[in-house]
Unconditional design. Structure first.
Lengths: 245, 245
DNA sequence: TCAACCCAATGATGCAGGTCAATGCGTCGT
DNA sequence: ACGACGCATTGACCTGCATCATTGGGTTGA
């Protein structure tokens, strides 16, 4: 469940050997970036690379939490359901994010592939013994979890107190920030998820999401480009909109 | 910001010496329960016991995060503000909860006393060196943070997808669960916070909170007792109401 | 090539919960 | 004892977003 904020990743300390992750091929972003050669070796022997297609379930709420995942490609949605089918998406995970860090015996949320997804899967038992061996790993995980908590609180503010327009703008800005951090071109934001995913993430309906996008287009606050990319011409203006100045 | 779920506290391992916390007088609930005599000695030398009256600020968003707190009495509200004054309360902390665990340099939320509050305050620098010395502490903190994340996701579901009635009932049930875990009498729930605190926690207005309480009273779903305590006569029924069956 | 879908967009209408306003009740200070 | 104040409750009304319904474009597969 932990959603790694790339902006706040603790920089690998000089005395650590920073390696590409042999198992999952994500350099410097994954858990592997704090492992040395021996540890990496141990990890890659037990890791599995898996692929998922759009809508494939990755984990189901309630099932035994035997694995930890590292997203290495594509976008994953985390969500919870109410008995009558109402859905709340609690986060989108992309390249480098961890999935399944929680220490519970069972997953407390479900995860599905939004688009074509690659993950690197480790048995959690193995990770736990690694944690005992290498305490600095624990510190890093604590940092990851702590960043997740900060984001969760921002999301509570968004869900509880922001208007539809503020929600959409906040969402676009957070995507932009994250995609910029990962190193894609800053300007146009990719939206791999559907309107209904966005709605369930922001506590709205698809219709309201759609209408709000139209509104922002009319405003010239955003521009839709070919391929569904969204350009954000004036970040400062949007930043004010996001907090309702 | 970390809100300790007493149900899920890792039980102190047999090989740890479990002590009362000399500095803050909360037994078995606080960080001190995983320290041995020497560590406790170190801690109590640098800890301060502080008292706060209703509405007193405890920490302000943005200020340097130099301290970590352990709540030892009363109720604390954590919140964030939008520029126009809209407030989202992200959690209420009570006996045994930690405040300020996040690893950022500055607090990302504010905290105030709801009623008469006691806390035990440690310099964070000192805690960090303790963390380096005693890695099991880190594991425990990771467990605390991970439980917090689970709760945060439940709160997102509540804020994004539940009705006013479901929100209030969910809130009462979570208070009941927590107060029962702490060991108070199970049945009547104490509500130290105001209607407007509840509203800002649940993404509602004070009027809607008030009306919804009246509704639940009419239903016989809850009963108000002297001293503002709320009795929950049928937990199973309420549990269904909370998830909108 | 053309159904059968799925998804986005948009219009018409409804309603849950927000806003505004009035009342009442404790509590506190003088 | 009494005004001033903060908080809870309740009523009347309003509105932002939900709901319901229609259209159209893009994709899939027979």
């Amino acid at each position: 469940m932990v959603n790694l904020d790339l902006n706040k990743l603790p920089v690998a300390r000089a005395d650590m050997v920073v390696n590409p992750c042999a198992a999952c091929s994500v350099r410097d972003l994954s858990i592997c970036s704090v492992l040395d050669e021996d540890e990496l070796q141990q990890m890659s022997e037990i890791a599995a690379n898996l692929q998922f297609s759009p809508h494939d379930p990755i984990i189901d709420e309630g099932e035994a939490a035997d694995f930890l995942f590292n997203v290495t490609g594509g976008t994953v949605r985390l969500y919870k359901l109410l008995p009558d089918g109402r859905r709340q998406i609690t986060g989108f995970l992309t390249n480098g994010d961890f999935l399944g860090i929680a220490l519970n015996d069972n997953y407390t949320y479900s995860a599905e592939a939004v688009d074509q997804v690659n993950v690197c899967r480790f048995p959690r038992k193995k990770l736990e013994s690694l944690l005992d061996q290498y305490p600095h790993l624990e510190k890093r995980l604590l940092g990851v979890a702590s960043n997740e908590l900060v984001q969760a609180q921002d999301q509570m503010m968004l869900l509880g107190r922001k208007t539809a327009k503020e929600k959409i703008v906040s969402f676009l800005l957070s995507l932009s920030k994250r995609q910029t951090a990962i190193g894609r071109a800053a300007s146009p934001v990719a939206l791999p998820m559907s309107r209904s995913d966005i709605a369930d993430y922001l506590g709205l309906t698809t219709e309201t999401v759609s209408r709000t996008f139209s509104l922002l287009k009319r405003d010239q606050s955003i521009r839709i480009q070919e391929g569904g990319m969204v350009a954000l011409p004036d970040i400062d203006h949007l930043t004010e909109l996001a907090d309702g100045y």
